[in-house]
Design a protein around this ligand. Structure first.
Ligand SMILES: [Fe+2]
Ligand SMILES: [Fe+2]
Length: 277
């Protein structure tokens, strides 16, 4: 089976499932800035499935709100517009890729990891004084490029999944032995059409290669959160396939080893039993 080139992928990604029309319009409206809140509420309320998913995320323990979020209006008031933008993005994107059994990718495991990175992102961002609401959404979506690659090339991606499941190599190494790109590059390419908040888009594209010259706090947080998720050891092979931690990110976050030791059980507790799908 030949290596997949970006030109092959560019053709396939034109046929990806689309975001719901309401979600796409809402993200576009919010990206333009100065959103009339009534207009946004009316728009989102046209898609009740999307509303339910947004409320499920907003009411999850991740946001730790003392009162129940019952409407989109509540979500905007309690979480703020930028966080709601991230929640709409997460709620919309998480559902558009149907399961591809032939790819061998374990979806339950994929979402467990994504939720762990979301939890890690939120907790690290809080410690560092960054936007924890956006970090949480970035964690949920950080590996969406894997879903894109799986959807477009299930047979090729089955080889990647098999190499990872066998504990033979880290995911990006396995991807680059079958594709001319990894899931960060693919995720960034596809997400550029979704009008996501910039930091979420960057986290999807750069969480395995956080830029040293243009550091972004949410990319740093998700890069570290990704590694901490592997460190939890929820899946046995995770412990041998932990991606490398960028030393500059480590220096910028300045978390300290004792804080890090405290974070692991907190991430584990926050992410356990979370039902967001
Ligand atoms: Fe990743
Ligand atoms: Fe990841």
């Amino acid at each position: 089976m030949s290596r997949v080139e970006m030109s092959d992928a560019d053709w396939r990604i034109q046929h990806l499932p689309a975001l719901s029309e309401v979600a796409a319009d809402a993200l576009k409206l919010m990206a333009a800035g100065d959103v009339p809140l009534g207009k946004l509420e009316n728009l989102v309320n046209r898609d009740q499935a999307l509303v339910l998913r947004i409320l499920r995320i907003a009411n999850s323990p991740f946001y730790g709100l003392s009162r129940r979020v019952a409407t989109i209006h509540d979500a905007i008031v309690l979480l703020g517009l930028e966080t709601v933008r991230g929640v709409i993005a997460a709620a919309a994107v998480m559902h558009i890729f149907p399961d591809q059994p032939e790819s061998g990718m374990n979806r339950s495991r994929f979402w467990t990891h994504s939720v762990q990175v979301a939890a890690a992102g939120k907790l690290i961002a809080e410690e560092c004084g960054f936007d924890a609401g956006i970090a949480f959404c970035a964690g949920l979506l950080h590996d969406v490029g894997r879903l894109v690659m799986e959807f477009c090339f299930p047979e090729n991606y089955a080889r990647v999944a098999a190499a990872c499941d066998a504990g033979e190599m880290q995911i990006t190494t396995a991807e680059l032995s079958h594709f001319a790109f990894d899931h960060g590059q693919m995720g960034g390419r596809v997400a550029s059409g979704w009008h996501l908040p910039d930091s979420i888009h960057l986290a999807i594209a750069a969480h395995h290669c956080p830029a040293a010259d243009h550091p972004n706090p949410i990319v740093d947080v998700i890069h570290a959160g990704d590694i901490l998720s592997h460190g939890l050891g929820t899946f046995p092979e995770d412990l041998t396939l932990v991606p490398g931690l960028d030393a500059e990110v480590w220096r910028r976050l300045d978390l300290g080893e004792s804080l890090l030791a405290q974070l692991l059980p907190r991430i584990d507790k926050l992410s356990r039993g979370m039902q967001l799908l």
